[in-house]
Design a protein around this ligand. Structure first.
Ligand code: MEV
Length: 296
């Protein structure tokens, strides 16, 4: 047996942090992929060659789940750099599980991969796992209570990397702390985020990017209130808005990694230019990619 499976990375569009607490978010799979090749070798032997994956515990756990004692050589390749926070842990977990059991249905695959990611990280809503499995643009509620494919042709997106690597678990912890100190305020913020995610869902289906941009701005204000933004992210966000973006926000846990904005095509070049001028790196990715797939 020799099989290669690939899974996409993701970008959080709206609803981060609140989605850890039972609220919805909107996530996009992106056109950067991580692929896993599995070859059966002598029984009992496991060889893992995964230079792009900084933590092989995800691959180990996938083998434990569906490896069935087979001897395996596992190698990975990725078209994206781990530095952007595009979700290489969830992509490698999903791709490895699918390669071990190619006939698995998406729901069973999501549940198994989410269990692995949650056990290792101890936290997380599973939105990244859903993007890797299903692809496209998803309306997603914590733990996969709802996973709904949104029919959207394309998203006028620009992505800027802040140059700072963020640690998701630390940022989730920071919000836990904030919620302990001021539970009512933080619950109100989560409710407000949930409301704007619902509105954005409807607006996205109508391609009303101007309104979705506004909602991104509101979402960013709430994320700032939660204390997860950073000076660098704010710089990139205000530069993008000053060059005419419909709206801009951080994407993911915050503290660093990427910001995203929506732009009209005539403003795209100007927005990309100012992001670079303030020290950001424009990341060349598009949203709405296919979910996990068997390559050969
Ligand atoms: C991190 O990219 C997004 C968070 O909402 C965590 C999660 O949903 O797992 C902060």
């Amino acid at each position: 047996m020799n099989i290669t499976v690939s899974a996409p990375g993701k970008l959080m569009l709206l609803g981060e942090h609140a989605v850890v607490y039972g609220r919805p978010c909107i996530v996009a799979a992106v056109n950067e992929r991580l692929s896993v090749t599995i070859e059966e070798i002598d029984e009992g032997k496991i060889i893992i060659d995964a230079p792009q994956v900084k933590d092989t515990r995800f691959v180990d756990a996938a083998i434990k789940t569906w490896g069935d004692g087979r001897g395996l050589r596992i190698s990975t390749k990725s078209t994206f750099s781990g530095k952007y926070g595009l979700g290489s842990s969830s992509a490698v977990t999903v791709a490895t599980l699918k390669a071990l059991k190619p006939s698995v249905d998406n729901r069973t695959l999501f549940d198994a991969a989410y269990r692995i990611v949650f056990d290792i990280q101890g936290k997380g809503s599973g939105f990244d796992v859903a993007a890797a499995v299903y692809g496209g643009i998803l309306y997603f509620v914590t733990g996969g209570k709802i996973i709904e494919q949104m029919k959207i042709d394309s998203l006028p997106l620009v992505v800027g990397y802040s140059g700072v690597k963020a640690d998701t678990v630390t940022l989730i912890e920071q919000v836990v702390q904030k919620k302990k100190e001021n539970p009512q305020k933080v619950e109100r913020i989560f409710d407000a985020i949930a409301k704007l995610v619902e509105e954005a869902k409807a607006n996205m289906l109508e391609s009303d990017w101007e309104r979705v941009g506004k909602l991104m701005d509101f979402n960013q204000e709430y994320l700032r209130d939660l204390g997860v933004s950073s000076d660098k992210l704010e710089q990139l966000i205000s530069a993008a808005k000053s060059a005419g973006a419909y709206g801009a926000k951080l994407s993911g846990a915050g503290g660093g990694d990427c910001m995203i904005c929506l732009v009209s095509e005539d403003k795209r070049k100007a927005v990309e230019k100012v992001i670079q001028e303030v020290g950001g790196e424009v990341v060349d990715i598009t949203a709405n990619a296919e979910g996990v797939r068997v390559e050969q």
